[in-house]
Design a protein around this ligand. Structure first.
Ligand code: G6P
Length: 589
């Protein structure tokens, strides 16, 4: 949520900041701003709307900061956009200053005047008031007064060529790319051929004299090693399509990379927890929660290991459940989701062993877990998760297989089939034309249901989430058996129902549910690998899936649903990459 970037470049600093901000737009895009520092002082350009709205003549200077916003405090207006300026200082901030109301009241009492409604503006005032000629000391003193989470970058008109940044709870990396030095929210902002190093909580990063240095609050330098960013940064969205379409297209390749990583992964460090955990928990948010539920299904059915699965926010809201001797599997594409991190910290503080599944090797989650499995899905830019969901499922089915191995001394029968997933995922693309037809038929519907039974109830929930997120169409995903306990009341002539039926043992039961909705006039789409299911007369739109062992079908069946959501979104005239009100990385609670 919100992306920040600081840049020092002797050439085209403004252009480089803009390019980095564009690559960070997945973190928020309701307003954006840039400040550059030159001999003439600060120049600021900030506007409501996307980074594109910052176009204009380049601002002068070799040192600058930028911000792309996902509003929390204050509407997305020009005034509320960052950077916030106070006296000699300009500040960009990602996070939430929880004690901002109190700080703001104190500052106003001391005579400060605020321009915006943001929590972030207090930081600029605190730095300005703490300044007695030492730029770094002023930022460190201001940060010492903040509660909540922050990644900040600050400019000072007395110190051209210098930037001071700090991290506590929100991600921050330093990097070099294309002859420029950067500090920013995430590695993809650096572009191609970058080297980077992530800051830990409580650390500061200084750009000064053309070098980057990490240090503690006392100013003492912390030695660091920079690593080359693997696979470069994120490509720009091509004219040929949105990030989301391309990320769906990348699923087979992403699954291959995930498999390569898993093949070499050493699970021995968590063998004890796998073998002997008293309780096993799974925690996650959003799509990752649906993947965690799929893990529960596999672990329970294949390894005989009961799993308590929680939305990470709910896990935190309850009396702490996990403790010593328990295993907590935490799933997060970004590895920065505030509630998932909060749940992990709570579980670890109570002695549980945390196994993380994440796509970002240098993420906070990877750093805080006892062991982390990397998905290797590659950067995912579109806000709605697609390829990362498929890769999460693959990792989690792999982990469930390990659990089975440690508990039953054998791998489950599906284990070998995991290696066929990339090829089967490619075969699932043949269902796209059917998904296209469904999108055209359902584009003006007021609402729709996704139904599944057993493991496909998770896929139904994920399909509905995708449609809500990007097509702004009310959708509910539910176990088919729940229809008659309420949801059936809404089914009338023309109501769209998308059903998933990939378990032979449940075909007859799903056929019963379809007959019920059809009798009320529903238009029915059905996804299955079984011809007899597709031939059901209740089915208006049959979607043929490739055959694979049933346990792994959720990795495939979700692919046409991702495509369906994307097509619905485009047909309804929306941008699949930037759904309103949402952000990719939810670093606030
Ligand atoms: C946001 C994104 C979702 C994602 C969820 C969890 O809501 O829009 O696509 O599933 O966060 O993100 P994580 O990075 O923890 O997987």
């Amino acid at each position: 949520m919100c992306g920040i970037v600081a840049c020092f470049s002797r050439e085209d600093c403004y252009g480089k900041l803009l390019a980095a901000l564009r690559r960070l737009e997945y973190r928020g895009y309701d307003s954006a701003g840039i400040a550059l520092l030159s001999a003439a002082g600060l120049s600021v350009r900030k506007r409501a709307g996307g980074v594109g709205n910052l176009a204009g003549p380049p601002l002068p200077g070799e040192t600058g900061i930028g911000h792309t916003r996902w509003a929390t405090h204050g509407a997305p207006t020009d005034v509320n956009a960052h950077p916030h300026v106070c006296g000699k200082f300009a500040v960009v901030h990602n996070g939430i200053v929880e004690n901002f109301a109190q700080l703001k009241a104190e500052l106003i009492a001391k005579g400060e005047t605020f321009r915006s409604e943001t929590d972030s503006e207090v930081i600029a005032h605190l730095v300005a008031r703490a300044y007695e000629g030492d730029f770094f000391a002023a930022v460190a003193a201001a940060c010492g007064q903040l509660r909540g989470s922050y990644a900040v970058a600050v400019l000072c008109t007395d110190r051209p060529g210098e930037i001071v940044c700090a991290r506590s709870g929100s991600p921050l990396v330093a990097g070099c790319a294309g002859g420029a030095l950067y500090v920013c929210s995430d590695v993809p902002a650096l572009g191609e051929d970058a080297c980077f190093c992530a800051a830990q909580d409580g650390e500061f990063i200084r750009i000064e004299g053309g070098v980057i240095r990490f240090c503690g609050r006392d100013g003492r330098e912390i030695p660091k090693t920079f690593t080359r960013a693997s696979g470069g940064g994120c490509a720009e969205a091509s004219a040929a399509g949105s990030f989301m379409e391309r990320e769906i297209g990348e699923i087979p390749a992403a699954l291959s990379r995930t498999l390569e990583g898993l093949r070499d992964f050493d699970f021995a460090p968590c063998a004890r927890a796998m073998r002997g955990a008293k309780n096993i928990f799974a925690v996650a948010c959003g799509s990752a929660l649906h993947a965690a539920l799929a893990f529960k299904d596999a672990a329970e059915e294949e390894a005989g290991a009961p799993v308590l699965c929680f939305s990470a926010s709910e896990f935190r809201s309850r009396a702490p459940l996990a403790g010593r001797g328990d295993l907590v599997v935490a799933v997060s594409q970004s590895g920065e989701t505030a509630d998932t991190l909060g749940a992990v910290r709570l579980a670890r503080s109570r002695g549980a062993y945390v196994l993380a599944v994440t796509n970002v090797a240098h993420s906070s989650l990877a750093g805080e877990a006892d062991l982390a499995v990397f998905m290797r899905a590659g950067p995912e830019v579109a806000v709605a998760a697609t390829k990362s969901y498929n890769c999460q499922l693959l990792c989690l089915y792999y982990i469930a297989a390990q659990l089975c191995y440690y508990r039953k001394d054998r791998f489950p029968s599906y284990f070998g089939e995991l290696f066929r997933l990339p090829e089967a995922a490619r075969a699932a693309f043949s269902a796209f034309s059917a998904a296209e037809e469904i999108a055209r038929a359902f584009r003006d519907a007021p609402a729709m249901y996704f139904i599944g039974r057993g493991k496909e109830a998770r896929t139904a929930a994920e399909g509905a989430l995708k449609v809500k997120e990007i097509a702004y169409l009310f959708a509910e995903g539910l176990p088919a058996g729940e229809l008659k306990h309420g949801p059936l009341a809404l089914v009338e002539e023309g109501f769209p129902v998308v059903a998933l039926s990939t378990s032979r043992a449940l075909l007859a039961k799903m056929a019963g549910a379809l007959a019920e909705v059809k009798a009320r006039g529903a238009r029915v789409a059905l996804l299955s690998q079984y011809e007899e299911a597709l031939a059901d007369p209740a089915v208006d739109f049959p979607v043929r899936l490739p055959a694979l062992c049933e346990r792994l079908m959720p990795v495939l069946s979700v692919i046409p649903l991702q495509h369906l959501a994307c097509r619905l979104c485009l047909l309804r005239g929306f941008d699949p990459d930037r759904p309103r009100n949402l952000a990719k990385s939810v670093t606030v609670e």
